[in-house]
Design a protein. Structure first.
Length: 49
């Protein structure tokens, strides 16, 4: 698995750097359990609204 910093360094264009870094960050968040936290947050907001 690549580190976030190395992936940003491979792309020269600023637009692509921000886009790929955002995609990579989202991917890492989902892999590390971010999807579980989002699901809990949605359930909490639905039950209390």
């Amino acid at each position: 698995m690549m580190v976030d910093g190395t992936m940003r360094g491979e792309v020269n264009m600023k637009k692509e750097v921000s886009f790929t870094s955002v995609l990579w960050d989202l991917f890492l968040v989902v892999i590390t359990g971010g999807l579980w936290l989002i699901w809990i947050l949605i359930r909490y907001l639905r039950s209390n609204s």
